[in-house]
Design a protein. Structure first.
Length: 139
């Protein structure tokens, strides 16, 4: 069963939510936090989180990178959306929702919307070298 939003820290208050635990949460998987496409996507995740929050939808960025790498990403980009490490056990969260690429050892460039019980409600995927779009996560 996929992890629930609460298990992934979705109730954790950030500067763009009201502190209430969301009823749904997008798990925004990154293959590698410092890759060009992932860096481009990180440029708009705070805006997405702000647009989702009024509807009770959370957003958490998940990467197989270590927590130290993700801290550096947060420090360098100023991103406020929580960055969660899926480093160990390697890729466990991505595997739980069917988004781990066994060939590359990284998560697919995908987003998975889960409800409070961890049930998958929707997916957004992008091909290799392609960027997801903010609008694909709304509605």
């Amino acid at each position: 069963m996929p992890p629930s939003p609460d298990a992934l820290g979705a109730g954790r208050e950030t500067s763009h939510d009201d502190g209430a635990a969301p009823t749904r949460c997008w798990l925004f998987f990154l293959p590698g936090a410092f890759t060009p496409v992932c860096t481009a996507e990180l440029g708009w995740v705070d805006a997405l989180a702000e647009r989702l929050a009024p509807a009770g939808v959370g957003l958490r960025v998940v990467s197989c990178d270590s927590a130290a790498v993700l801290r550096k990403v947060a420090d360098e980009t100023g991103i406020r959306t929580p960055l969660l490490s899926d480093f160990w056990p390697h890729g466990a969260a991505a595997r739980a929702v069917g988004e781990f690429n066994e060939t590359t050892g990284r998560a697919r460039r995908s987003s998975v919307l889960v409800d409070s019980s961890g049930r998958v409600l929707a997916r957004v995927r992008a091909g290799a070298g392609e960027e997801r779009r903010l609008e694909e996560h709304l509605g």
